[in-house]
Write a protein that binds this ligand. Structure first.
Ligand SMILES: Cc1ncc(C[n+]2csc(CCOP(=O)(O)OP(=O)(O)O)c2C)c(N)n1
Ligand SMILES: [Mg+2]
Length: 384
């Protein structure tokens, strides 16, 4: 099967272990990497055994979480293009991967996300206006909301993964039953520190779930040019981590895989690796133009696998949703996003004098000189 598709046919979408051919130029037998998919690309159930059997109200909550993620992304992109938002990393197309990994967590569990996790952060309790502040460059945007057990993300790829592993080791030392969920990209998975984290977690049976969001690209580097074996779940075998490969555009598949991984870690059996195969539909960040390095046909092919449309089809077939409800929910969430933008606008008052603050307790002498010069310049320009 192709390394970029989570399942090649309905047989492979069963829970049975499958053999994966990972390269076009000579297949490698990876043993048995389980491939999980509950909904196919049309939204039909292809593996009822793994269906997490959620209530209608939870299904709708999940649907709203995915739509909220998408609407916030789109609004932020418009704001960025109009000069109202800083550089950010859209999660467009990865909504099922995002919501599917946080849905099975409890509030006492810890979440250590990457920078491309806005939808999941909102699910965890971050207000949208705070996240807008964060990406517009206001330091208060980074403050962890009261009662939310999340770590701040790092732009240095993979750098948060050893920290998350340390938190998990701490949980184990305290004999607590919490778990840590951390996510990172296919590119980050090649960082040495991520391999070290896998090893520490496996040796110390740290209750951590590593979610690698394999979205095809690390900026302009396609996964095939970056990983000798692009089936990233296969790495689990070498480190002693149980691992599964999931269709990351199937939110029920994600919930099935992550629930199992979380139960495993919570019951003291140690870490788990979940490879979510998805696709970065939008820009790497707003500073990027993917048209210069990838083909439109590739993007089009993934449009057909849209995680939101697939879930809508499923919910319609279950009579949980119809076209009228889809339009209404979309509009309600758009209003939530616009209200968040209004709150953000009230809070986003530039404070140019602040840029030398908060890094050093005692500003070094050379920076004191620069600060004085800068303040003088602001004064000349009458900037408050
Ligand atoms: C240590 C380090 N090296 C390089 C970069 C520049 N950089 C930022 S994002 C990125 C690609 C990350 O790709 P991936 O891990 O697949 O995550 P994605 O952005 O696709 O979600 C790179 C190389 C960085 N931030 N940190
Ligand atoms: Mg990537």
């Amino acid at each position: 099967m192709s390394p970029r598709s989570a399942t090649s046919n309905s047989a492979a979408s069963r829970t049975h272990p499958v053999r994966i051919e990972s390269r076009a130029d000579g297949s490698i037998d990876l043993g048995s990497i389980e491939v999980i998919r509950v909904l196919d690309e049309q939204g039909d159930v292809v593996n009822a055994d793994l269906d997490p059997s959620l209530s209608d109200s939870d299904l709708l909550r999940i649907y709203r979480g995915m739509v909220r993620s998408r609407r916030l992304d789109l609004r932020m992109l418009a704001m960025q293009r109009q000069g109202e938002m800083g550089t950010f990393a859209p999660g467009l197309g990865q909504e099922a991967t995002q919501i599917g990994q946080v849905y099975p967590m409890t509030s006492r569990d810890w979440y250590a996300p990457s920078y491309r996790s806005i939808g999941a952060q909102v699910w965890r309790g971050w207000s949208m206006d705070q996240l807008l502040l964060l990406w517009a460059g206001y330091f208060e945007g980074f403050g962890i909301p009261e009662g939310v057990n999340d770590l701040p993300f790092s732009i240095v790829i993979g750098a948060h993964v050893p920290v998350a592993t340390g938190v998990a080791m701490g949980i184990r030392n305290r004999k607590d039953d919490g778990v840590v969920v951390t996510n990172f990209g296919d590119g980050a998975s090649s960082q040495g520190i991520v391999a070290e984290s896998f090893n520490f977690a496996a040796v110390y049976k740290a209750p951590i779930i590593f979610i690698v969001e394999s979205n095809g690209w690390a900026i302009s580097t396609p996964i095939e040019k970056q990983c000798g074996n692009p089936v990233l779940a296969a790495r689990g075998v070498g480190f002693g981590l149980p691992a599964v490969r999931v269709d990351g555009n199937d939110v029920l598949g994600m919930i099935a895989a992550c629930s199992r991984a979380i139960d495993h870690a919570r019951s003291g059996r140690g870490p788990y690796l979940v490879e979510a195969v998805t696709y970065r539909m939008s820009l790497h960040t707003t500073a990027d133009d993917p048209k210069v390095y990838r083909k439109d046909e590739e993007v089009k092919a993934w449009e057909a696998k849209c995680p939101i449309r697939r879930f809508e089809n499923y919910l319609k077939a279950r009579d949980v949703l119809d076209d009228e409800a889809i339009a209404r929910i979309g509009e309600e969430i758009e209003q939530e996003v616009l209200a968040a933008r209004e709150t953000f606008r009230k809070r986003a008052v530039p404070r140019p004098k602040e840029i030398f603050d908060f890094v050093y307790e005692q500003l070094p002498a050379d920076l004191q000189g620069q600060k004085a010069e800068y303040l003088e310049r602001l004064k000349r320009k009458s900037v408050e």
